[in-house]
Design a protein around this ligand. Structure first.
Ligand code: CP
Length: 316
């Protein structure tokens, strides 16, 4: 397996889900696959969950882990080919990816979008160049347009908590003071399209997802109506795709409150975290038994472990 960047890299999702459950039940049973192997984690942006859960996943497999925070500790990376590098950048991505490949058996990369140039972000320039110049398999730790490790954990969590074969899952937009990427909702929708769920999306007009992600999924602009009967509410802010990067922070009425949760079928509340309390979700919801955000975060370890195991060649 040369890369893990989206659900399209997963040949058999039910098989991967079954393995994730097995890994979760016996996390240390697979160490022969990771022994004497090294995982490199390269962060161009901040992280808590992805960094630590992937590190723990690798350690559970007996792998050694090296973490590089490029912004603080690395040289400034040049992405363009043919550039005369007499400005601020000091190391070309060609050498950076090539050198990391000398030290690691698998490399994870986190790279956020700039949210200024939509075409550039949606071309996944940094991730693509990194993969092109690495000689070992590359794992996305969240890229400009997708967060597959998060989505895999989200799917496992829904599978664990669902009370019916095909639960109603509602992805709802919520306000946020800063422009956030569309990676989590894009990816969530992409994975849910491959799962046994009844998915719908609710957001204010103007916050449609990119057509390649939103296509075929019912969209409601009335949040209350959309939440009725939901078994899972996945709340997340994203900045606009059309008016690229627009926040909509003034739309405070879209915050998830106990009153809105009462419209649902006693839904479980999900969020990828970090979450801004009382902006995205009210305290009373996050602190209620309906919230499964910590269980969701816990599953990040086991789904990351499943992905690493497959990348290490596990065929069982
Ligand atoms: N959900 C998630 O990816 O969290 P971090 O940004 O902290 O890694």
């Amino acid at each position: 397996m040369k890369k893990f960047t989206s659900v399209q890299d997963v040949p058999d999702l039910p098989d991967w889900l079954a393995l994730a459950r097995k890994v979760k039940a016996q996390p240390f049973d697979f160490q022969k696959y990771g022994k004497n192997k090294t995982l490199g984690l390269v962060f161009l942006n901040p992280s808590l969950r992805t960094r630590l859960s992937t590190q723990k996943a690798a350690q559970n497999l007996g792998m050694q882990v090296m973490v590089m925070n490029m912004q603080q500790d690395g040289w400034a990376i040049e992405m363009e080919d043919g550039t005369v590098m007499d400005g601020g950048t000091q190391e070309h991505i060609r050498e950076a990816a090539g050198v990391l490949s000398q030290y690691c058996d698998i490399i994870g990369l986190r790279t956020f979008p700039g949210l200024k140039n939509r075409e550039e972000d949606y071309a996944e320039k940094v991730l693509t160049k990194f993969i092109q110049n690495a000689t070992v398999p590359v794992l996305s730790l969240e890229s400009a347009t997708r967060h597959p490790l998060q989505s895999f954990a989200d799917l496992l969590t829904i599978e664990e908590f669902k009370g019916k074969p095909r639960p109603k899952v509602v992805l709802t937009w919520a306000p946020h003071p800063r422009a956030l990427p569309q990676a989590v909702p894009n990816s969530f929708v992409e994975w849910m399209k491959n799962a046994e769920v009844d998915l719908s999306i609710t957001h204010p007009e103007g916050w449609e997802l990119a057509p390649e992600f939103g296509e075929g999924v019912p969209v409601h602009h009335n949040q209350d109506a959309a939440l009725e009967g939901a078994d899972f509410v996945y709340v997340k802010n994203w900045s606009a795709y059309q008016d690229y990067g627009r926040t909509g922070q003034e739309l405070r009425s879209w915050m998830i409150t106990p009153e809105k949760m009462q419209l649902t079928n006693q839904a479980k509340l999900m969020h990828c975290l970090p979450v801004r309390r009382n902006v995205v979700v009210a305290d009373a919801v996050l602190d209620s038994p309906q919230s499964i955000v910590l269980q969701q975060a816990s599953n990040r370890t086991y789904t990351a472990q499943t992905v690493l195991l497959k990348m290490l060649g596990y065929a069982g």
